[in-house]
Ligand binder design. Sequence first.
Ligand code: PLP
Length: 409
Amino acid sequence: MALVNEHLLKLPDNYLFADLAKRINSYKITHPKAEIINLGIGDVTRPIPQVCIDAMHKAIDDQTNPLTFHGYSPGQGYNFLIDAIIKNDYASRGINLERSEIFINDGAKTDSGNFGEILRHDNSIGVTDPIYPAYIDSNVSCGRAGTLDDGYKWSNVIYMPCTPENNFIPPIPQQRVDIVYLCFPNNPTGTALSKSELRKWVNYALENDTIILFDAAYEAYIQQPDIPHSIYEIKGAKKVAVEFRSFSKTAGFTGIRCGYTVVPKEVTASTLNGKRISLNRLWLQRQCTKFNGASYISQRGAEAIYTPEGKQQVKYIIDYYMENAYIMKKGLSDTGLEVYGGENAPYLWIKAPNQLSSWKFFDKLLYEAQIVCTPGIGFGPSGNEFIRLTSFGDKEKCKEGINRIKRII
Ligand code: PLP
């Protein structure tokens, strides 16, 4: 008899977005003429930069000729993309990385979800609260998160609440934690960490032999100069941190699929008998076993992001979304709502008025203004009084959406 991995059964089946879709559908059935504006959308809406499209067209043409045909990608990705990443994302910030420290993948969710496989199931984990749900769910799947005690908190997870009171800066835990997930700029709160705040985390990790899994999927949205784009801008981070990057939100690659993970050779963890093992070596082994590379076409598309035209076209898209964020934040703040984020990230984190719960505020926005948002509780217990809006939508729809919210607040 084959036995299933019962840890997967612990995941609540009312997964946030499925639950959301159900509520929206039932609203649509009873209000078929309503024109809903979705300001909760977590996907990008602007087309991919033309320079990436051209590069991918050419890459497809390469596949028609035996001389330029490309089959399996090299395990860690093509050097043309790895070199562009090292030069533009790291060397330009004074960070030295070797080619073998970069692993090209099909997106940050894949690697941030899978990375836990190379670490023992009984490591302790710490997460910010609220948090991008995939980090916890992937730990639940391998039994590391324990049990869901009160419907929202996992027994073996250390939660670091990020609230207006602490400016959404995760408090350093009192106890040792083996693995800490940090995501900055943050989804869902839209807030960022300054260099000095991130330094505290790197120092904590160095002192406590902790591994930081740092998700920088939104680094392209950073506007302020004192916000680090990479954790390796902090001295010592190469000993303790793995960094996940994505082209999804940078250049509209959510459907194309390409990203990368940096695993410096200096990052090590221990065997039970105290032998230090390089995580780079282990991750390479894991990837060679289970992954056959991102496509040649998507890697050529990603390479084009780093050309001068690519940088200009990416900037245009980011500016578009950040202007939306500005308009939305200003409009909502004018109503007296407490609005956070939106300055270095495409997310706005809004406190529900009159002590409404996040689902109650969700219903109010849907039923009274035909606006869809994302209820904060889906991101963790500290999200229960918040909703998340994103600035990924069409500008006119964002403006209309904010006007509608203004009318009902
Ligand atoms: N990390 C964070 C924080 C995200 O918000 C998302 C997507 O919304 C991802 C990773 C997934 O990115 P990718 O499309 O590269 O898998």
